[in-house]
Design a protein. Structure first.
Ligand SMILES: NC(=O)c1ccc[n+]([C@@H]2O[C@H](COP(=O)([O-])OP(=O)(O)OC[C@H]3O[C@@H](n4cnc5c(N)ncnc54)[C@H](O)[C@@H]3O)[C@@H](O)[C@H]2O)c1
Length: 379
């Protein structure tokens, strides 16, 4: 098998997770990293990577890099993805693909023109039981779909003093909670059900209208008690919370609640689907089991066990039942499919492409419009 070289731009939370996932796959080497800080060298050395840059364009000039992973704040995705494609690199971009529809459309067109592999890391699809539910729905095991609802709840922005670049519109985009985590849920809902969202109705809330931004990098304060003079007041103009109603193309109805200020829910996605034969409930904090509900016989819990799963979900399971898999495995499985197609372009695009990234930007724009105009918006 041909060895492929990856280059990762932005080694923060998710960039480091990309590197770990890539290293668990065969015949892929993380050849270079890019980070804007003087930390690039330190991070590369810690990770045992011999090549690092502070300007991503220098990495794009390396002919040995096959695939570029874009793991920087959202506002940089478009320019970086465009230049990577122009440099003839395959691209895996973090979500959201861009911060507006026009840019996402341009990337879809450019990737197609170049014939390069293009993907977005909507990794939640790659929890094996989400592939399993998708297969069950496609085979008619749930019957006709009545409704799809759920939530994506986090608490890492709960306190007024919690601060991150995502709170600044210029870095994150017009929508925060919906684009950041709601996009994962909507991608999952359409992937699992095979149905398309046709209309949205949204209500947003910003509970912390002013947040306290630390005046120095947060790491500087490790172990210290912050004093009032260590913060600056910043007005917040993106949503902490959103509730959204959906209509699907088969007549099914749906609803989603997203919140980044829900104490105690660390990073919890729930997906609840009601069908005419049975219903299904899953959440990402217990990802190795799914509940099926029945009206006329006993309910059941299915554990992630490849020996009793559909072939299309079995293929993204690496370990037997009881040997639990989680968040890091979802990225490993997504990248496995993407790199397989980099090796053989004739394989199916069975991973989220830039087109899936564009789809989420379109949905987010419609949701923001619905919130502003206080009415249903057709997608
Ligand atoms: N798929 C997922 O589950 C998931 C989870 C978290 C984040 N994300 C996405 O990943 C992206 C990054 O989020 P994060 O939480 O890792 O952020 P982060 O702040 O932890 O990391 C971002 C990194 O990018 C670097 N960076 C910034 N500007 C740069 C530049 N010009 N060139 C090179 N490096 C630069 C920063 O120094 C930092 O190391 C976001 O788009 C986010 O939406 C996806």
């Amino acid at each position: 098998m041909k060895k492929l070289n990856a280059g990762v731009i932005g080694v923060g939370f998710i960039g480091a997770a990309h590197i770990e996932a890539l290293r668990r796959l065969h015949q892929i080497e993380v050849k270079s990293i890019v980070d804007e800080t003087e930390d690039a060298e330190k991070k590369a050395k810690q990770l045992g990577i011999d090549s690092w840059y502070s300007d991503y364009k220098e990495m794009l000039a390396d002919p040995e890099i096959d695939c570029v992973h874009i793991c920087t704040p959202n506002h940089l995705h478009f320019e970086m993805a465009k230049n990577a494609l122009l440099a003839d690199k395959h691209v895996i971009c973090e979500k959201p693909l861009t911060t507006d529809v026009t840019e996402a459309e341009e990337l879809v067109d450019l990737a197609k023109k170049k014939g390069l592999v293009n993907a977005v890391n909507f990794n939640i699809r790659f929890y094996p039981l989400m592939h399993e539910l998708s297969a069950a729905i496609r085979k008619g095991e749930m019957g006709e779909l009545f409704s799809v609802h759920g939530s994506y709840l986090q608490d890492w922005l709960f306190h007024q003093t919690d601060y991150n670049w995502r709170l600044e519109k210029s870095l994150s985009g017009d929508s925060r909670a919906v684009a950041d985590i709601g996009s994962h849920w909507m991608d999952l809902a359409e992937f699992v059900t095979g149905r398309r969202i046709t209309a949205v109705m949204a209500d947003f809330a910003t509970f912390h209208k002013i947040r306290k931004k630390p005046l120095k990098p947060v790491e500087t304060y490790a172990g210290m008690l912050l004093k009032p003079e260590d913060y600056m007041d910043i007005p917040i103009d993106t949503e902490d919370y959103a509730s959204i109603l959906f209509r699907f193309d088969n007549g099914a109805r749906g609803s989603l609640t997203v919140s980044q200020v829900f104490a105690g829910r660390k990073n919890r996605v729930t997906m609840e689907i009601a069908g005419s034969k049975k219903s299904a409930v899953w959440n990402s904090e217990s990802p190795n089991e799914i509940w099926y509900g029945r009206r006329d016989s006993a309910n059941e819990i299915q554990l992630r066990d490849p020996s009793i799963m559909h072939p299309e979900s079995r293929e993204i399971v690496s370990f037997p039942g009881g040997h639990n898999e989680g968040f890091p495995d979802t990225m490993k499985q997504n990248f496995s499919k993407i790199y397989a197609r980099i090796r053989d372009i004739n394989l199916p695009e069975n991973y989220p492409t830039f087109r899936a990234g564009l789809r989420e930007i379109v949905l987010c724009e419609k949701i923001v419009q619905s919130q502003k105009e206080e009415k249903w918006i057709t997608v």
